[in-house]
Ligand binder design. Structure first.
Ligand code: CUA
Length: 313
């Protein structure tokens, strides 16, 4: 299942937002219907051909009607306001100060850095969470303002540099939930996809364990050559590979790239062929991105793919 429909919520927070939206939509639909019917009725009932002298009867002032059409919309706005307050309260529960988040999501141009402070897991782009639990997310921007939104699981939250925001996220059923960056942030804003992989606690624990394992580094074959190229080409100036080099998170952590389903924050499926395409011409695949073309030879690319796509076990 892969939808982003806000009409199909999978968490209490998203359900309350969806409920408010549906209620407002129905109310507005009813009003639209009343207005449309009245317009058609009045156009027909008072059309010029039925008037004796061409000019329809002019009706001025009707206190009862005027009170009605002032009070009725006022009440409607009040009702919507109260339901909105309730939805805001339920979709955005209070966060005690200094509460440690379950997950820190950092928006970069154009990918998501993920830190799980309670376990120490570092990841990118594909967000694994256990089901049935409200998780506290801290949302930050690394460079410009991004916005984190997975419509089926919760509310939208801006990722602002230097100003952490918090949002509660919860999924009640295992599955994949999609979202996107929801604040225009530059050339590749559209390819800043969010994937939430909601799992049972046991599956999540297994994933977390796999992320914590530092893969042994290859010593022979094409993969060993790939590791050497990774070092020689200074890839580690932007990317971390645990057990090799801890770089700054300018680009995504590549330690467990072979476990991810996508490349380029959702633009390509993670296959050896696609990774080769990516390494050969990153800006050809995703124009404007900060990863430079390293002018790799075909052999370099094949070695890097062999290195990055295998678990070295
Ligand atoms: Cu990040 Cu739009």
């Amino acid at each position: 299942m892969q939808t982003t429909s806000p009409f199909n919520p999978f968490s209490p927070q998203a359900a309350v937002i969806s409920g408010l939206f549906t209620m407002a939509l129905i109310l507005m639909g009813i009003i639209l219907l009343i207005v449309a019917v009245l317009v058609v009725y009045v156009s027909y009932r008072f059309r010029a051909s039925r008037q004796q002298d061409g000019e329809p009867f002019q009706n001025h002032g009707n206190r009862r009607l005027e009170i009605m059409w002032t009070v009725a919309p006022g009440l409607l706005v009040l009702v919507l306001f109260l339901f909105t307050l309730r939805a805001m309260h339920l979709s955005d529960p209070y966060v005690p100060p200094k509460m440690q988040p379950d997950l820190v999501v950092i928006g970069h141009q154009w990918w998501w850095e993920l830190q799980y402070p309670k376990s120490g897991v570092l990841a990118a782009n594909e967000i694994h969470i256990p089901i049935g639990k409200a998780l506290l997310l801290r949302i930050v921007g690394a460079d410009v303002i991004h916005s984190f939104w997975v419509p089926q699981l919760g509310r939208k939250m801006d990722a602002i540099p230097g100003h952490p925001n918090h949002v509660w996220l919860r999924a009640d059923k295992p599955g994949k939930y999609l979202g996107t960056c929801s604040e225009y942030c530059g050339a590749q804003h559209a390819w800043m996809r969010i994937q939430i992989i909601a799992q049972t606690q046991a599956d999540f624990d297994r994933w977390q364990q796999a992320q914590l394992e530092i893969p042994p580094q290859p010593t022979t074959g094409l993969a060993a050559r790939g590791l050497q190229i990774f070092k020689d080409k200074t890839c580690e100036n932007c990317h971390t590979i645990e057990g090799v080099e801890k770089g700054p998170a300018i680009g995504p952590d590549l330690t467990h790239l072979f476990l991810r389903k996508t490349l380029g924050t959702g633009i390509l499926q993670n296959t050896p062929d696609n990774l080769a395409r990516w390494l050969k011409d990153p800006t050809g695949v995703k124009p404007g991105i900060h990863m430079p073309d390293m002018r790799l030879t075909d052999l370099d690319v094949a070695a890097l793919v062999a290195y990055l796509e295998t678990s070295h076990e």
